[in-house]
Write a protein that binds this ligand. Structure first.
Ligand code: SF4
Length: 343
């Protein structure tokens, strides 16, 4: 391992001069830090910031979030995807309130629903300055390059190896500063596409990936699983100012507890509604492909203007203008956007 004190010195000097002012890095409030970490997973900072500010304005204390209805939390979360995170956030807030204080050890934080090693490490270090690493994608990248590790970081063995290395590298006197600095360095400087960043990098002379010419190839990840295709036909029934929606009820499937128009799923493209070709010519429709991490949804929306609503089990009748009050899947929002543009 390289000289750690030299790494800290260079990294902290870079951080002091180049860091962004992010509200969740200016606070030691564990609730705010936790909120920001959950929101920022898979979300860009600019978009995450809007959600973060809205959440803390609406629910300034963990007690407020715990007292909210799940429906309201999902509604506020709309657009961020991964709704199970919002549900876990809400459930964990209720558990925190029941236990009368925010957990203060890594193990207690880690035991909350939806909190993994990364988030527990981030809260423990940022809120309480406890010596735990916070390994996000940026940190994996910096560590892989700095130490020239070509083991895939997303396998069990790889995670273990990276964890050992970051434990060795962690600045135990300043875990808050160390985690903030290395995360920010990965986010802003040692980015996936390096260009000529290494030339002027403050760590260039101690970076093994740079010395060995491998930095551009790191980190290595395991091959991606195959994406599964699904075909959905949505029926938008309109009677006057009314429409039908339904809640997705399968906890193991996507968009659990979110609302959408009545949906038929078929196992292949050819299994789609036989009426489709006729309907396609006769009715206003929209077709969208929606890509999730392991699924590609081929969706078709058919509008049926009807005199009498069909009776479809599990659906509820609402006013079209009240659609906004329901937590809708991202795909449904995209379809509404497209349809309203066409109208
Ligand atoms: S020298 Fe290049 S690869 Fe190494 S830490 Fe700096 S930017 Fe990253």
């Amino acid at each position: 391992m390289q000289d750690k004190s030299l790494i800290y010195k260079r990294l902290y000097a870079w951080y002091e001069s180049s860091r962004r002012v992010l509200p969740w890095r200016e606070t030691e409030n564990p609730y705010y830090i936790w909120l920001s970490e959950v929101i920022l997973q898979q979300t860009r900072v600019a978009q995450g910031m809007e959600y973060y500010l809205r959440f803390i304005a609406r629910w300034p204390k963990v007690e407020d979030l715990a007292a909210a209805k799940e429906e309201e939390v999902l509604r506020e979360w709309q657009g961020l995807g991964y709704y199970s995170r919002a549900r876990n956030l809400h459930k964990a807030a209720q558990m925190i309130v029941e236990s009368h204080s925010f957990p203060q050890t890594f193990e207690e934080i880690r035991a909350l629903p939806g909190i993994g090693d990364y988030t527990a490490g981030a809260i423990a270090s940022f809120a309480y300055n406890l010596p735990y690493p916070a390994m996000d994608g940026n940190v994996y990248r910096v560590v892989a390059r700095l130490m020239d590790i070509d083991e895939a970081f997303d396998t069990t063995a790889g995670k273990k190896l990276f964890h050992q290395r970051i434990e060795e590298l962690l600045d135990r006197d300043n875990p808050r500063l160390f985690n903030s600095a290395i995360m920010e360095f990965g986010a802003l400087y040692c980015t996936p596409v390096l260009g000529d960043a290494c030339e002027a990098c403050p760590l260039a002379d101690i970076c093994m990936g740079h010395a060995h010419g491998t930095a551009d190839l790191l980190p290595v990840r395991k091959p991606r699983p195959k994406v599964r295709d699904r075909w959905f036909t949505y029926h938008i029934y309109i009677q006057g100012d009314k429409t039908l929606i339904q809640k997705r009820e399968n906890p193991k499937d996507i968009w659990y507890h979110l609302y959408e128009f009545p949906c038929e799923e078929s196992v292949s493209e050819s299994g789609l509604s036989t009426e489709w070709s006729v309907l396609r010519q006769a009715k206003p429709v929209c077709e969208l492909t929606h890509v999730l991490s392991h699924q590609r949804i081929h969706a078709r929306f058919i509008i049926h203007k009807v005199q009498k609503m069909p009776e479809i089990p599990g659906t509820i009748l609402i006013r079209w203008d009240d659609l906004d009050d329901f937590a809708l899947s991202r795909l449904t929002l995209r379809a509404l956007d497209t349809i309203q543009h066409k109208a």
